[in-house]
Ligand binder design. Sequence first.
Ligand SMILES: C[S@@+](CC[C@H](N)C(=O)[O-])C[C@H]1O[C@@H](n2cnc3c(N)ncnc32)[C@H](O)[C@@H]1O
Length: 453
Amino acid sequence: MELPQLFVEKMKSFLGEEYSDYEACLKRPKQNGIRVNTSKISVEEFQKIAPFETEPVPWTENGFFVGPKEQPAKHPFYHAGLYYIQEPSAMAPAAFLPVEPGDKVLDLCAAPGGKSTELGARLRGEGILVSNDISITRTKALLKNLEMFGISNSVIVSEEPKNLVPVFYEYFDKVLVDAPCSGEGMFRKGSSEIKNWAEYGIEPYVKIQREIILDAVKMLKPGGYLLYSTCTFSPEEDEQLIEYLLEQEPGLSLADMPDCEGFDRGHAEWTVSGLQEVNKCIRLWPHRIKGEGHFLALLKKDGSPASGRKESRPARAVISEEAEAFLSECRLDLDRDRIKEHKGRLILMPKDLPDLGRLRVLRHGLLLGEMKKKRFEPSQVLAMALSDSGYVRTLDLSLSDDRLMKYLKCETILADEKEDGMYLITVCGYPLGWGKLSKGRMKNKYAPSWRWM
Ligand SMILES: C[S@@+](CC[C@H](N)C(=O)[O-])C[C@H]1O[C@@H](n2cnc3c(N)ncnc32)[C@H](O)[C@@H]1O
């Protein structure tokens, strides 16, 4: 792996004697990690059933390092949404944005969802998570990850940030901008990141970052918090970007973030004006911690929030008898006034959502299911959003039950439960999807696109 000469010179000037440690660390294998979905399972419970050795990530309570030989994506608990596979330093941004249940949260550059899944889990089903990404292809992966995590109050959008501003002006309590960047923290991953850097450098990213962050500030409530992060080391995209932002937006100030062994702070000497305040930012370097590296800045907007705005309520959906009969069997708090019907699909909209107008929306909330030939078919995502006791009939499969793999491979399974009808299929008590039992044969309703390969 040959690093661009210009990059090497810059890093030597920043790191001085530490440069050799940095260079040496790039030759070591990358560190894998998982982050527990605390909206489904507590960290203590997960540790009791964890299928592999785990070691805590020091900067987040629910993050764990896993060994290089483990394959966390190849376990039924991954399919039950119990954890997300994430590079450990990428766990820091969502951990340091102080999200609380009930908040309105925006993740502006969200795909494929590493941070959105954590922000959503911390909302505990209360409030709203709007996850946006400009790339429609990447947004599809974001959708799947949020669905697998069982996040019921998320709205998924694919837009340029400037198009979101009129709809969400000063709407959000918390905003995350995990910005597109030159990716210097990804160099251990391989040559395409290095090639990209050599071809484009950092300038195009600085321009995009400036535009994105100014739009993000417009959507932040007075009194709200914004976390800006990158996975790059160049001061132009990190400290100097924050310096630019504070010049443009005097109503913002940097807020404190907790310290942790191995963390570096933002460097005032790398700003244009010698801005001391940037020492509240955090720098994670791959040779000082077990991770690829990140930059984080937490900012607070002055003032106190104005009183609430008007919620756009959908016209009350006409719910068919079949759908009503099914929903009455779910142990879910369903506000009928928030159920919207669109082409036979029933969607539970989050509370206090404004009218989204002409935005390109992939999901407005929780898809409950759809009418098919006079039958109501519950959605895969509804299963993921329920708890183990969330439906009247459940078939629980243990890890050693042969039917578990068959179910995840979308095959029919046998079951000797007495009552025919729809079943919530669970693994060790954690929902995986639906099945329909008739005379001992469970017709598989697991989403074909999620099939175990
Ligand atoms: C660092 S990645 C985000 C990773 C994501 N936060 C996660 O943790 O999984 C940056 C994202 O910004 C998106 N992006 C690029 N330009 C954008 C723009 N102008 N507005 C919004 N998103 C943009 C890219 O498609 C990319 O998915």
